[in-house]
Design a protein around this ligand. Structure first.
Ligand code: ADP
Ligand code: ADP
Length: 240
């Protein structure tokens, strides 16, 4: 297997509700996949399963050839230990609809928190990397600001830098622009476009069909917990 993400027959229940129904998916290294579909179709749940925020009930997910979640093989169950889950959660960086920044920390402190506290890396090497990421998202001059002093678009760009600071293998975006005022959407999409161009593997749940058309290599359409269509943006999305 040389794909970055492989999902095979993934099933997820919330009580009796069947949220993901035999979802299978393969994403190559460097590929940008956009997931579209109506509200409640399971898009967010799929990302959360890939990121280990949710456990799957059946099937298997691999990231870069490492098993994530569990796998049912005939009557045998393979489960991961908590330590394996914690390690594999770090494989993917996630950006949510609402900015997940710590309000009491400055921008720079927010970005170095993961590498220093979670990955236990030396501050001296993390700070220059964090500054380079701030340059990359165009916010180096905001390093000492607090999140509340920033616009929603700026906070979301910091959230992207914060996720990248953990050096993830892939990035997951869950409707990253849908909570933003319309005039702030493009600055966030522009950072995401640059990231895609740099070769990052990305899975993007979005309603921004223009972005999907322009940046995605492949588009998946979900409905009622299933993947109902997969193809190129040209195949899936009619012209504007
Ligand atoms: P989408 O991202 O496509 O809008 P979600 O993945 O958020 O959809 O949700 C899919 C379905 O699963 C929805 O019907 C939602 O209400 C349900 N769901 C999501 N998370 C939970 C949960 N923690 N408990 C119960 N139901 C949930
Ligand atoms: P295939 O032969 O179809 O490519 P395999 O099931 O042989 O797939 O292995 C695919 C990946 O899953 C490999 O990286 C392997 O290490 C991993 N894997 C397979 N079975 C298990 C298991 N029981 N526990 C952990 N990882 C597994």
């Amino acid at each position: 297997m040389s794909a970055m993400v492989v999902a095979v027959d993934v099933n997820k229940y919330f009580g009796p509700f069947h949220a993901l129904q035999n979802v299978s998916l393969e994403i190559k290294h460097g590929e940008v996949l956009c997931i579209i579909g109506p509200s409640g179709s399971g898009k967010s749940t799929l990302l959360r399963c890939i990121n280990q925020l949710e456990r799957i009930d059946a099937g298997a997910i691999w990231i870069d050839d490492e098993l994530v979640g569990f796998r049912q093989d005939g009557n045998k169950l393979y489960e991961l230990t908590d330590a394996q889950i914690a390690r594999q959660r770090l494989a993917s960086g996630m950006v949510f609809q609402r900015f997940n920044l710590f309000a009491h920390m400055t921008v720079l402190e927010n970005i170095i928190e993961g590498p220093v506290i979670v990955q236990k890396r030396a501050k001296a090497s993390v700070i220059p990397e964090a500054m380079a990421l701030l340059e990359r998202v165009g916010l180096a001059d905001k390093k000492d600001a607090y999140p509340s002093e920033l616009s929603g678009g700026q906070q979301q760009r910091i959230a992207i830098a914060r996720a990248l600071a953990m050096q993830p293998k892939l990035m997951l975006f869950d409707e990253p622009t849908s909570a933003l005022d319309p005039e702030l959407v493009s600055e966030v999409l522009s950072v995401m476009r640059d990231l895609a161009t740099s070769g990052m593997t990305m899975i993007v749940v979005t309603h921004e069909l223009g972005f999907a058309r322009e940046v995605a290599h492949r588009v998946v359409f979900m409905d009622h917990g299933r993947i109902v269509e997969t193809g190129t943006p040209h195949d899936i999305l009619s012209s504007p």
